[in-house]
Design a protein around this ligand. Sequence first.
Ligand code: ZN
Length: 202
Amino acid sequence: MQLRFATNISVEQYIQQEAWRDAKLDQCPLHPEGGCKIARHGTYRRKSPDGAKIARWYCPEGRTTFGMLPDCLCSRLPGTLIEVETVINQIEAASSQEAAANSMRLDISLPGVLRWMRRRLFLIRLSLILLIELLPLLSNNGQETLSSFRSALGVEFVLPHLRELAGPYLDILPPPLGFGPWSQKKYRRKNRFQQQTGPDPP
Ligand SMILES: [Zn+2]
């Protein structure tokens, strides 16, 4: 289970300072009343960025492990929220998704880049739509683009700020911003179902 490690440091500082050592968990999320012997359970290493570790706790009663994810890192996707925001900025600024794809990820083919891009775009737009509903502060915004959120909040990169603002709702927001469950399979199944419920062809 992922929990938020509230910190405004950059990923470079996080790695250089080994800031996962500073992560603290005051109470077990499963047993806020205490008495469950929750304890530190080492760290695990992220695949990306290189050198980043995540502090872990384990509750023996709940048989659950908790990882404290710093605000700079993506949940369930490699890399940082700023990297995802940079990709979406390029898509929003380009004349088409294909044009944006041409300037990204030279290591994979165009259909692969488009899938990689659209997955990020889909997940972030979904989070923005949910956040407009959840946070009255953002409801005047009305537009589900990252650039509109950025100018509304007046920051250079808005995703790490949204991780903070969305703190109470992270469990229901999809990754890479939220910690909610998300499975590509589930969405694919749902899409197939929706296609099947359309009118029968003549
Ligand atoms: Zn516990």
